[in-house]
Design a protein around this ligand. Structure first.
Ligand code: PRT
Ligand code: MG
Length: 224
């Protein structure tokens, strides 16, 4: 049995068409059922639903053979204690696209705040990426770890800036914040447990090839 870890919401929704292109159908709808293990039309393949940030953990420790996770999640996971374990990353699926950016209040002078040797207070869920980003600029950063509603931090005076994901920009706009710097382009990646790849080589290879073909077909469709 092969176990594929997905998170509910945009990762699940955007992975479904790729699975469908490979002839794979998930037989339960996670929005309607409370099941955490979903059957597919392939008797040898099941889907498990986990938190987006838990996908790499499941795959690394063999709770799932493969999974789909955002680059943001993978980079933070790799920087955690114990997160450096092997995780084969064969494919950029090109789904759940967004960017990781710095945002501030409209009236905040970001250019002055990031002059070499200065100090800035940054609230984020992405402490590793944020630390690296500001360190590379030679800016001292006081990081404040948050788990959600990052937009609130500059509005309440908790922080000068946030590092968060942006796709349409409407969340920033609704909270009167401006994107002042882009850090990273983000998309979801397929990750595979290396031991699984050895033990179940044939079926896993076939599944990875199926994803690859679906991504290529979509790219060809988009170009046409
Ligand atoms: O919700 P939970 O805490 O379980 O986990 P999660 O929030 O990480 O999961 P989910 O499903 O929200 O996101 C899963 C993955 O989707 C992320 O890891 C990203 O790789 C990717 N992704 C793509 C996004 C976005 N686009 C996105 N826009 N993840 C989050 N957002 C949020 C962003 O944080 C901000 O709050 O959407 C808001 C901004 O969107 P716009 O369109 O208003 O700019
Ligand atoms: Mg979310």
């Amino acid at each position: 049995m092969i176990t594929l870890a997905l998170s509910k919401g945009r990762i699940f929704d955007d992975t479904l068409p790729l699975l469908a292109a490979a002839g794979i159908e998930v037989l339960d709808d996670p929005e309607k059922s409370r099941k955490l293990i979903l059957a597919t039309n392939r008797p040898g393949l099941r889907v498990v639903l986990v938190r987006a940030s838990d996908v790499p953990t499941y795959v690394q420790h063999g709770g799932a053979d493969l999974g789909v996770a955002g680059l943001d999640v993978l980079l933070e996971h790799a920087a955690q204690p114990g997160g450096g374990g092997p995780l084969y990353r064969p494919l950029d699926l090109g789904i759940a696209r967004c960017r990781m950016s710095v945002a501030t209040r409209r009236d905040f002078d970001y250019a002055s705040a990031v002059r070499q040797g200065s100090r800035i207070r940054v609230a984020t869920k992405y402490t590793h990426a944020a630390r690296e980003h500001f360190a590379a600029k030679g800016v001292h950063v006081d990081l404040i770890k948050l788990y959600g509603s990052m937009e609130l931090a500059p509005l309440t005076g908790l922080a000068d800036a946030i590092v968060d994901l942006v796709s349409t920009g409407s969340t920033l706009k609704a909270n009167d914040l401006v994107e002042v710097e882009r850090i990273l382009d983000v998309s979801a990646r397929l990750v595979v447990n290396p031991a699984s790849l050895k033990l179940q080589r044939e079926p896993l290879r076939a599944l990875i090839d199926g994803f690859e073909a679906a991504v290529a077909a979509r790219a060809a469709g988009a170009a046409a």
